[in-house]
Design a protein around this ligand. Structure first.
Ligand code: GDP
Length: 187
């Protein structure tokens, strides 16, 4: 009897994981690009898209809302979300952007925590972990730029990417696929 229950439980578990994998294959895994303003989130979004969909700007915090695009470059289809900056602010419009980020966090499968230096990276990772159960990948953006002082060691593996040169993008896409394999099983 106990054995039969175990067999049923494990079959149900397998069925449930297939169901969630099916959902991800149908709708795309939600991949949220998060981080402070001006770290290159929109540029990364565009680089991953391979064409210009978001407005890239030098003024911090001008991405007012989230932009979404589905890409099919790896194993799993990805629903990329470019969120507004995570900066704490009284600005109402920017505040709205942040609320959008928080809402997207809740439904995320993977969060790309982006920053140019390790201290901001650690803060973005922590914010992501507080707001989401998603796998958080640590991304050092603008890897083509030399940083002079960055003595702070992040607690997890960091993927360095440059939207400018394209370096690290393949590693990033592979890491996203690996995270989804872990969450939903390989297919
Ligand atoms: P966001 O506010 O985080 O979305 O940042 P943006 O994508 O708007 O980028 C802010 C600024 O950084 C712009 O001037 C971009 O051209 C620049 N930028 C973004 N990615 C890179 C990169 O990989 N390398 C370099 N050198 N500059 C970048």
């Amino acid at each position: 009897m106990k054995q039969a229950v175990e067999v049923i439980t494990s079959s149900l578990g397998a069925l449930l994981s297939t169901a969630s994998a099916g959902e991800v294959i149908r709708d795309g895994a939600v991949v949220v690009i998060a981080g402070p303003p001006n770290v290159g989130k929109s540029s990364l979004f565009n680089a991953l898209l391979g064409r210009s969909r978001a407005i890239v700007t030098e003024i911090p915090g001008t991405t007012r809302d989230a932009l979404e695009a589905v890409i099919d470059s790896g194993k799993w289809p990805l629903r990329l979300v470019d969120t507004a900056g995570l900066r704490e602010t009284e600005d109402r419009i920017e505040r709205l952007g942040i609320e959008v980020s928080e809402r997207y966090f809740a439904g995320a499968h993977v969060v790309l925590a982006c920053a140019e230096d390790s201290r901001n990276l650690e803060e973005t990772i922590n914010l992501g972990s507080r707001n989401s159960t998603a796998t958080i990948l640590a991304i050092r953006s603008k890897a083509d730029l030399v940083i002079t002082r960055d003595k702070y060691m992040p607690s997890q593996h960091v993927i360095s990417v440059s939207a400018e040169t394209g370096s690290g993008l393949q590693e990033l896409l592979a890491a996203i696929d690996d995270s989804l394999d872990t969450q939903h099983g390989e297919f």
